[in-house]
Every structure is written in structure tokens, then in C-alpha cells.
Design a protein around this ligand. Structure first.
Ligand SMILES: [Zn+2]
Length: 106
């Protein structure tokens, strides 16, 4: 007789932003892709938690977008102009940078 124990532990630390969660997933995708050939599928890093759309970037494009930790790669149209500046615009994706809000702060 075998007891099957399966307990799903809650994550101890929840990501503060949904985009950070998707970025973590994308980092894993990135780690698996050493050869910068062709386009890879990454997950849109926009702030919409329901968005699970895939965008296609090359590894150099992704690395360039990630040079600044405040930047995220999102699908065109998924940027939020009120809190994000577009730093790079392509047909396949847009790189946005979070900007500090007046009176806000995190
Ligand atoms: Zn999105």
C-alpha cells in the first residue's frame, strides 16, 4: 500500500508585477537558446495578467531589450503609454520602459 502525498506549497514570494513573472519565464526560454539563430517565442511581458500571447524575437533582440531591467518586451498595442515609454518599435514586438510616475514610487 502506497500513500501518495502531494501537497502544493504556495509560493513564498509572489511576483509584484505580472510582467516580472513573464520575464522570469522568458529568462528560462532564453537560457535554453544559446545559438542566436532565427526567432524564438517569448511571452508578452505586458501588465495584462490575462495576456499569454507569444511574441517572436531573436536572441540579440531579446538581450538588447533586457539590457535595462526597467524594459519589457510586449506585443504592439500592449504598451501602456501612461506609465511606459516605447524605446524600440518593430512589427513583431515593442520594447517599453517603465517610467516613474509623479508622486508614486516603488
Ligand atoms: Zn500582452
Amino acid at each position: 500500500m502506497a500513500a501518495i502525498g502531494g501537497r502544493a506549497a504556495d509560493a513564498e514570494e509572489a511576483p509584484t508585477l505580472i510582467s516580472d513573472l513573464f520575464r522570469a519565464i522568458n529568462d528560462r526560454i532564453r537560457e535554453l537558446k544559446d545559438a542566436p539563430t532565427g526567432e524564438c517565442a517569448f511571452i508578452c511581458e505586458c501588465e495584462d495578467e490575462a495576456c499569454m500571447h507569444v511574441l517572436r524575437m531573436t536572441i540579440p533582440e531579446y538581450d538588447a531589450a533586457r539590457e535595462d531591467p526597467a524594459q519589457h518586451a510586449v506585443l504592439p498595442g500592449h504598451q501602456r503609454p501612461a506609465v511606459q515609454d516605447v524605446v524600440l518599435r518593430r512589427d513583431r514586438f515593442v520594447v517599453v520602459k517603465n517610467v516613474l510616475r509623479q508622486g508614486g514610487g516603488q
